[in-house]
Design a protein around this ligand. Structure first.
Ligand SMILES: NC(=O)c1ccc[n+]([C@@H]2O[C@H](COP(=O)([O-])OP(=O)(O)OC[C@H]3O[C@@H](n4cnc5c(N)ncnc54)[C@H](O)[C@@H]3O)[C@@H](O)[C@H]2O)c1
Length: 416
């Protein structure tokens, strides 16, 4: 039925040509698999790869086509696919899947993929808290993710949320659009100055460190961070920047790793979360910890929603009108905690931290290169720099899978 409707609307069955930049002619067909509409690329490919959502760019497709894959992109109208739909897509034979962070990749889906002969899975994300990696490992399925192309883009959105919250940009924008502005006033939308204040980072990994550098360099903020592991490179970077400022006659900035997260919460003017989500970071920010923060602090979350007890945050925002937050992610996405949308002191955006075109194209390329690399029997790339996959001529891309999180557990060969 769905396929018939789609056929009527889109002319399913007709061939259309995707925009491929290297001159490879690959035709796509609109078809259906087990009643689910799909777009097929490289019909004659010998390995069947299912992609659960349309991905941006063309390069990712070239990786899979060059690896001899027939690529089937799901065109189902549901934004979030349930397990039943994904199992129908996997069908009885499937070599690999590129899936989304909104999907529940645990025993049920890895069981279905394994039964269909699946040998590769990649998340289209750097975070993989939606994946039960041990369930894939048990079935000898390598799991890929896409680190290295989200860092600066995600950090920039965290910085944008910080500024928007501190300077009340969204509130003021709404005021203008409502036609409420009748003239300049000394007290109109007064916010907080960031310059020379203290920024606190929870999780100083790739994104946390990039965000920290933006806030330190851009606003000369001091840096207090909490992470179970020290980030010596970041500490050294800030130390040298502080020296540079001093040489120019300005006050130096400092960087310190806090002994506890509580210390960061108590002392920082801005706190930004950049830890991964696991059992230890779920509800990391709760009512008790919110109460430790300065009443006019800014809290930013571009990590994962469940890191914050969102109901407690709503209560805190209501009780402390000068406290502000910037949220990219939500505890029960796509829903928001009741009352959050009514808090003028919250800036809220729909999980767009990685949404720059360069990053989204890069994520697609890395996810495809993971699946193509594993299905081709290539080794695993073992360097943090993934740009050779993402940029430059395709023929010069490394013959490797860029990032396989269970490579060690599966004893996969690393690129020498
Ligand atoms: N909003 C988005 O669109 C978006 C985009 C990219 C990444 N992310 C999220 O950001 C997270 C971080 O990404 P990354 O590339 O910087 O990862 P990363 O692994 O480089 O950094 C995570 C850091 O968190 C630290 N950490 C772990 N547990 C902690 C704890 N209890 N307290 C403090 N620190 C802790 C780790 O030691 C590590 O340094 C990802 O796991 C993902 O969930 C979100």
């Amino acid at each position: 039925m769905f396929a018939r409707v789609l056929a009527a609307v889109t002319g399913a069955g007709k061939q259309c040509e995707p925009r491929l930049s290297n001159g490879v002619r690959v035709f796509s067909n609109l078809r259906d698999v087990n009643g689910i509409p799909i777009e097929v690329h490289n019909d004659s490919g010998s390995k069947r790869v299912v992609v659960t959502k349309s991905l941006p760019g063309d390069r990712w497709l070239q990786f899979l086509v060059n690896a001899g894959c027939r690529v089937e992109v799901c065109k189902h109208e549901d934004i979030i696919l349930n397990n039943s739909t994904i199992k129908k897509l996997i069908g009885s034979h499937c070599d690999g899947v590129i899936g989304q962070l909104t999907e529940d990749w645990s025993s049920e889906l890895f069981g279905a993929l394994h039964a269909a002969g699946g040998r590769a899975y990649s998340n289209y994300a750097v975070g993989y808290n939606n994946v039960r990696v041990e369930e894939a490992t048990k079935r000898e399925i390598p799991v890929g993710n896409t680190p290295g192309v989200l860092t600066e883009t995600t950090a920039e959105l965290a910085a944008a949320l910080t500024l928007a919250a501190a300077r009340r940009v969204v509130e003021a924008d709404g005021f203008m659009r409502a036609g409420s502005y009748r003239g300049w006033l000394p007290n109109l939308f007064v916010g907080s100055l960031l310059q020379n204040k203290t920024v606190g980072i929870i999780g100083a990994g790739r994104i946390g460190a990039a965000y920290a550098r933006m806030m330190v360099e851009g606003h000369k903020m001091n840096l207090l961070y909490y992470d179970p592991y020290p980030n010596r490179q970041l500490e050294e970077y800030v130390r040298r920047y502080g020296e540079l400022l001093q040489q120019s006659g300005e006050a130096p900035v400092w960087c310190r790793r806090a002994d506890s997260m509580e210390e960061v919460l108590q002392q920082a003017d801005v706190v930004s979360l950049h830890c991964n989500l696991d059992a230890s970071t779920r509800h990391l920010i709760n009512a008790h910890r919110l109460a430790l923060m300065k009443p006019n602090a800014v809290l930013v979350n571009a990590a994962r929603g469940p890191c914050i007890d969102e109901a407690a945050l709503v209560e805190h925002l209501k009780a402390n009108p000068d406290f502000r937050c910037g949220l990219d992610v939500f505890e029960h996405e796509p829903a928001m905690a009741p009352g959050l949308a009514d808090c003028p002191n919250a800036v809220i955006v729909p999980h767009i931290a990685s949404a720059s075109l360069w990053t989204r194209n890069g994520m697609a390329t890395l996810a495809a290169a993971n699946v193509a690399g594993v299905l081709s029997g290539h080794p695993v790339w073992n360097k943090p720099d993934v740009l050779p996959f993402v940029e430059g001529p395709l023929e010069q891309a490394p013959a490797a899978a860029p990032s396989i999180v269970n490579a060690k557990e599966l004893g996969l060969r690393l690129l020498a």
